[in-house]
Design a protein around this ligand. Sequence first.
Ligand SMILES: [Mn+2]
Length: 278
Amino acid sequence: MSAAPLQVVGALLGTAVFRWNQPVAAAVLISDLHVPSDGGAAFAHLQDAVAAARQAQRPLFVLGDLFDSYVSAAQVRTGIWRDTAALFGAAVAGGSPVVILHGNRDFLLGAEFERASGARVVAGALRVALAGVETLLAHGDELCQRDLPYQRAKRWLRHPVTRFVGRHLPLSLALSLAERARRRSRAVIASGDQSRFLPTAAAVAAAFADGVQQLVFGHIHRHATGEVGGGRYRVLPAFDQDGVGLLADDRGLRPVRFLPGGQVEPVDEPGPCPFPAA
Ligand SMILES: [Mn+2]
């Protein structure tokens, strides 16, 4: 895979859609690892998924929220963020490209992480011909159109000025601000009408534009698959919970659990997700 800049080919509900410029015959896909500062189970599962990708010489796609939080560019030089960059660096050197979409917790991942890891960081969604199927990979937060407070906050959090300030914060301040934001977010999610946090059917259907045949996203931490508006969607579960992701190859996409040593075991196909209409 080349290092040429990716072209923006469209937008999905305010998220830029980039085009991956080569077909991908086979891949490993995971999402929502939320790797915490102590690594924990999430990092162990990630090592298993990276091992599986490396043994099969497949690219690894991470569909956002790789980290529990990533704010300051200084983070890549320390702790679990440095260790994760090194893990990806070894995978890239071993022939497995790593592609990371921004999630809502780590949308400040930037060029410093690309340099440290050799991974490609995509500031948006990614259109890719995956095992012969026109596929849109997205984090999925833009699909949750009923969560108006979140969508409003997203606009100012991703403003260039806010981003600049965040990325230049001293490490300790960045980490404590991120932890405060996480605590508030957990409280909001626990108290709200839960359907507010689901994608709307209209938003999911909107993803099937311009020839997209398949949509894969995460964010809602709920393993699901089904059809909306004539296209198949797949929602990846939170990877930190169970180490479950997707394999893509000439047999299509299928859920697997990643085990130590690069082994995988099949996981039952999930049912559909009840998307509210709007
Ligand atoms: Mn998320």
